[in-house]
Design a protein around this ligand. Structure first.
Ligand SMILES: *[C@@H]1O[C@H](CO)[C@@H](O)[C@H](O)[C@H]1NC(C)=O
Ligand SMILES: *[C@@H]1O[C@H](CO)[C@@H](O)[C@H](O)[C@H]1NC(C)=O
Ligand SMILES: *[C@@H]1O[C@H](CO)[C@@H](O)[C@H](O)[C@H]1NC(C)=O
Length: 452
């Protein structure tokens, strides 16, 4: 009897350690497989018959939120992706569909691959992650590659969300890309001023070690290369959902701070294959100054423990919190530079961790109302270990939670809230804030000190 109780205790404990650390996020949508809204049934049947639509090959990757639309991208890694840019309605009410079909955006025609002879530039071929600005515009970077075949140059689209019209289309020319072809834009962040919507920029990380700065008013872009944009050679090995991957991915995640009184902001950035965080003033990016002149204006903030690589990131303007997807830990983490200038195990927190529901957190976004959104999709299994990818299991999930709830009682909670809490009487019994270093991560300690 005692032995049985012990076994239950151990089992119970393992279960809670693995499954129940995702209390801070609420699941909004989930899918076993994706499906799309086609213009009509005939078009749908024809797409299936021709192989233009192969349901199993559609995996969601990026997300963005605008009013009642949740945008979801589907990369064209494999053939049979029905539409790369889509949305689902957030709607309201408790009986809403939790596994809705994706609606191609701005329409189905623009998301279809061109057949021979058709203009490539009229189409959105392959997009990963998106950005929405304060002027109701959706910014989309399209890699122009489908099923491994290059159809055209990468293109930047800017779409007016009120009219669903493309208001700007910019072709990224070869001189802005790496000569060896190893350029890839995993996403972008738009920087617009609502008082003057023409004065807008987009910052596009290139995993090949670059940053493109697009100037909306001039319709030009320039490429910046800084040593901080590279990957860390000791952080290129990932183990996600049982799949070992070697990813030499540089510059990946970008997040913008609130606007400073002088009108500029701070761009925080990190490489995917790294645990380090950096930043730069957007005045440096927008100026025409040379790298040698500005080299020292790029700042290093510190690092998380080994094994805690993070790519996608997003920033909350209200609390000043930086959120990032810890892809190698099935987790979401945070760091608040307003409270701690340095990033370390003690100044950052792991907010949620779940090896089942957060297997590969592919994208993370804070919307204009300070809600945190997370999309997880088991991408490594889908891409590299297909036999281990079960189409009958729930594979894709979208979560949401108010930022204030997510960071409560952690080192990321804003100073303002912290002070208020300090004066409250219940504070005496408050538990120690969760930090990365007391979560008990089973990772080797990071002994590197050269960069500190
Ligand atoms: C997609 O790429 C694979 C691998 O190169 C190829 O075998 C297949 O024919 C392609 N499918 C289509 C529809 O282009
Ligand atoms: C950003 O750069 C501008 C122009 O050089 C400067 O006035 C401002 O103080 C900088 N902001 C921060 C937060 O460093
Ligand atoms: C930036 O500098 C280059 C080279 O010095 C010059 O040709 C270009 O006109 C400058 N652009 C702006 C916007 O000042």
């Amino acid at each position: 009897m005692a032995r049985i109780t012990l076994a239950i205790l151990i089992l119970g404990c393992c279960t809670c350690a693995v499954w129940s650390v995702n209390d801070r996020l609420r699941e909004v949508f989930s899918w076993r497989q994706l499906d799309f809204t086609f213009p009509d049934q005939k078009t749908r049947q024809a797409a299936i018959a021709s192989g233009e639509y192969v349901q199993a090959n559609n995996l969601p990757l990026g997300l963005e939120v605008w009013r009642d639309k949740l945008f979801i991208t589907v990369p064209r890694w494999k053939a049979g992706v029905a539409s790369t840019l889509n949305y689902v309605s957030l709607g309201s009410g408790s009986n809403q569909n939790r596994s809705p079909r994706l609606v191609p955006y701005p329409n189905y025609a623009m998301n279809r691959l061109p057949s021979s002879g058709q203009r490539i530039t009229d189409r959105i071929i392959n997009t990963y992650r998106l950005s929405i600005d304060v002027c109701d515009r959706l910014w989309v970077i399209d890699m122009g590659i489908a099923n491994g075949t290059k159809l055209g140059q990468p293109q930047l689209f800017v779409i007016d969300l009120n009219t669903d019209r493309v208001v700007r289309q910019y072709v990224v020319t070869a001189n802005l890309l790496r000569v060896d072809g190893n350029s890839w834009f995993p996403g972008l962040v738009a920087d617009a001023d609502w008082k003057s919507c023409d004065r807008a920029y987009a910052y596009l990380p290139d995993i090949g070690g670059g940053l493109l700065v697009y100037d909306y008013r001039r319709n030009t872009a320039r490429r910046i290369e800084h040593h901080y944009f590279y990957f860390d050679p000791l952080a290129t090995v990932f183990n996600i959902g049982g799949v070992r991957i070697e990813w030499p991915d540089g510059m990946f995640g970008v997040g913008l701070s609130e606007r400073h009184p002088d009108g500029y902001r701070t761009l925080y950035f990190q490489a995917m294959s790294s645990t380090r965080m950096f930043s730069v003033n957007t005045s440096v990016l927008q100026s025409n100054r040379s790298l040698s002149d500005t080299f020292q204006e790029y700042r290093h903030h510190g690092h998380r423990a080994a094994g805690m690589q993070a790519g996608p990131m997003s920033m909350d303007q209200v609390t000043g919190t930086v959120f990032y997807a810890l892809v190698n830990q099935d987790a979401i983490g945070c760091w608040n530079p307003r409270r701690h200038e340095r990033l370390s195990g003690d100044t950052s927190a792991v907010l949620v961790q779940d090896s089942k529901t957060l297997e590969f957190p592919a994208d993370i976004k804070v919307d204009m109302d300070s809600n945190l959104w997370v999309l997880s999709d088991r991408m490594p299994r889908f891409r590299f270990q297909v036999l281990n990818f079960d189409l009958n299991d729930v594979n894709y999930r979208v979560f949401r939670a108010p930022v204030a709830d997510v960071v409560r009682d952690t080192v990321c909670e804003s100073q303002l809230n912290g002070n208020r809490l300090l004066s409250s009487s219940e504070n005496q019994s408050r538990p120690r804030p969760i930090t990365s270093s007391n979560m008990g991560w089973n990772t080797p300690s990071d002994k590197r000190s050269d960069f500190d």
